[in-house]
Design a protein around this ligand. Structure first.
Ligand code: AMP
Length: 629
């Protein structure tokens, strides 16, 4: 791994020269004057003074050389449709949507919120925003009204683009009614909402607010909208993510740094080249979808597959069928998807010709060894576990086959990626820890190009949240535990905070607790993440009722549980619904009133709860045990 180490070392010690070279991958309208301005740490401004545009780099620049080649391949096994857009057609669609948005008054710096299923119009809209210099904020379709309303009020979009419905596992999932409800909760609703009517669900349009996507699209057929050149550090998008507080954080990304980071990653991490086909099964509502369904492959001159469907419909070979059919070179998915496939017949892995496929990348949650081994042996392809976060924008830890081919180890996302000065540090002293010791995964600032620039509208919160938790040094905390082995392979050992990861979906337990507490019958509750063989983790809730008699009989308890589940689903979405809600008379707390979450998790997972000297009422833990029976 000498070459990987040397490459990484140079990215840190000869930082400016390294990134100056990488920046040549991007087309700049005005060249940058300075590689990095780090005069106000921890804020980093990359490629200062340079002007560029993400849409131009993803679409326009490839039209001449690849105009008739596939750029966006939409496959929906939900509605049985497949449409391929060449780069030129993508250019046309993006221009039409840009004209639609411009007509609604959207321009440089304005926000546009997307609440859309996995349809090509969502990609057109993201790219159209980039073209206009507008800031998009995509909200995951699995989130419901309260989540959505919070994000609308924080981003204050000029326009929202949505759809009548999505479809998941053959079931129609309405979007518009949730959006309407969210808008009724908002303090700052937008003036207009553009609605794509797919004909999946009844979809009323509010006369003075809602506009029909298709009608606008027809009116703007053939429109051409000039690219808005942006200074490298201007915002490209906001993507909300959960943390320890109930209020989601708007991760803000720049333009130039992001373009450079993604362009370089297409070669070094994915070993890819223009003309390849990239298939990422994530959702556009997550960071992986932003970087590796939309921007990364398109900026790298690759075709990208946008897939609306699950890995097991019509059968467990669908992903491999698509790989064969579209001659996919890189597949990017999540450990949960593989664990779902593991429950299917193993022959499905070898039914299709996978000769074009170089490797399978998995990210978003811990990849357990047995799952990694199963898929690796079943496919006979390298499996690349890579570790990152919404905040980082692209992988922090990964094998880098475009730099050097190094053997991977099951259970490890390999090594720090160039640009990330990652360390394992002591939670108590902030000092670097030697190999073998468990500590916090931290990054020495500046964060590299492509990582978050700040929290939308809240620079102080950015500094406070990420750069003050490690004593003695201003380091970025990932809030993950990690360890490096003697050979330099990194291992991620879970979160240091109250964030949980359910099937790759990052959820804040605090948000779920707030939602449960909004039920009038609840006095207080605690939500924890508990290990699950399919989803990695699931949320378990323990609640104290104001009137304990309400749940005395099992059928009453089930009714109250169902009632609370509906509240959470209604407010936050089905993804946030706990697997179980159990009722207890008191929560286990310390004498200072802190809920003993780690002890609760240990009991739920059948482990020893450890040191309990600070517990106020030891019987409360017994109650948790009883409630689990
Ligand atoms: P998100 O911001 O939603 O992408 O979630 C990021 C979090 O997911 C990280 O902080 C980790 O806790 C977890 N995560 C992501 N990728 C991996 C991985 N390859 N191995 C272990 N945990 C991961």
């Amino acid at each position: 791994m000498q070459k990987t180490r040397e490459f990484h070392r140079r990215s840190i010690t000869d930082r400016d020269a390294f990134w100056r070279e990488q920046a040549e991958r991007v087309l700049w309208d005005t060249p940058f004057a300075e590689v990095l301005d780090f005069s106000r740490p921890p804020f980093a401004r990359w490629f200062v003074g340079g002007q560029t545009n993400l849409c131009f780099n993803a679409v326009d620049r490839w039209v001449e050389s690849q105009g008739e080649q596939p750029a966006l391949i939409w496959v929906s096994t939900e509605v049985d449709q497949e449409i391929t857009y060449t780069r030129r057609q993508l250019f046309d669609e993006v221009n039409a949507v840009a004209a639609m948005l411009r007509e609604q008054g959207v321009g440089r710096g304005d926000r546009v919120l997307l609440y859309m299923p996995m349809v090509p119009q969502a990609v057109f809209t993201m790219l159209a925003c980039a073209r206009l210099g507008a800031v998009h904020s995509v909200v995951f379709g699995g989130f419901a009204s309260v989540n959505l309303a919070q994000r609308i009020d924080d981003a204050t979009p000029k326009v929202i683009v949505s759809a009548d419905a999505g479809s998941r596992a053959g079931k129609v999932v309405p979007y518009k009614p949730l959006l309407d409800k969210a808008l009724s909760l908002c303090a700052h609703p937008p003036k207009s909402v553009i609605v794509l009517n797919r004909g999946l669900a009844p979809c009323g349009l509010e006369p003075r607010r809602d506009l029909d996507y298709q009608a606008l699209r027809e009116r703007h057929e053939g429109a051409r909208v000039p690219v808005q050149w942006l200074e490298s550090s201007e915002p490209s998008y906001i993507l909300y993510t959960s943390g320890t507080t109930g209020k989601p954080k708007g991760v803000q990304r720049d333009v130039g740094g992001y373009a450079v980071a993604l362009a370089a990653s297409m070669e070094y991490l994915f070993d890819g080249k223009p003309g390849d086909t990239f298939f990422c099964t994530s959702d556009i509502g997550w960071v992986v979808g932003h970087s590796y369904i939309v921007y990364g492959p398109l900026i790298g001159g690759q075709a990208t597959i946008l897939y609306e469907g699950t890995p097991v419909r019509p059968d467990g070979a669908i992903l491999w069928k698509l790989v064969e059919q579209h001659r996919v070179n890189t597949l990017f998915s999540a450990p949960t998807a593989v664990r779902v496939l593991k429950r299917q017949a193993p022959e499905l892995l070898s039914r299709h010709d996978l000769s074009t496929l170089r490797a399978v990348y998995l990210a978003g949650e811990p990849l357990d060894e047995p799952t990694a081994q199963w898929i690796s042996e079943g496919l006979g392809k390298p499996i690349i576990d890579n570790y990152w976060q919404t905040e980082s924008g692209w992988p922090i830890l990964s094998a880098q086959p475009g730099v050097e081919r190094v053997a991977t180890r099951f259970g490890s996302p390999s090594f720090p990626v160039y640009g990330f000065d990652a360390r394992i540090v002591s939670e108590q002293t902030g000092e670097d820890l030697p190999a073998g010791e468990k500590g916090v995964v931290a990054i020495v600032p500046p964060l590299p190009p492509g990582a978050m620039s700040t929290i939308w509208g809240d620079d102080d919160r950015f500094v406070q949240t990420y750069f003050t938790s490690i004593p003695g040094r201003q380091l970025y905390s990932t809030f993950d535990w990690g360890r490096v082995d003697e050979d330099g392979y990194w291992f991620i050992l879970g979160r240091t905070d109250d964030v949980i990861n359910v099937a790759g979906h990052r959820l804040g337990t605090r948000e779920i607790e707030e939602s449960i507490n909004s039920h009038s019958g609840i006095a207080e509750c605690a939500v924890v993440g508990v290990a699950d063989s399919l989803k990695g983790q699931v949320a378990m809730a323990f609640a104290v009722l104001k009137n304990p008699a309400l749940a005395e009989r099992p059928e009453d308890a089930r009714a109250v549980e169902g009632d609370i589940m509906r509240v959470v689903e209604d407010q936050l979405g089905a993804v946030a619904r706990p697997a179980r809600i159990r009722f207890v008379a008191a929560l286990p707390k310390t004498r200072s009133g802190k809920v003993l979450r780690r002890a609760i998790v240990a009991i739920c997972e059948g482990r020893d709860p450890g040191d309990l000297t600070t517990i106020e009422d030891p019987s409360s833990l017994e109650q948790i045990k009883d409630a689990l029976q």
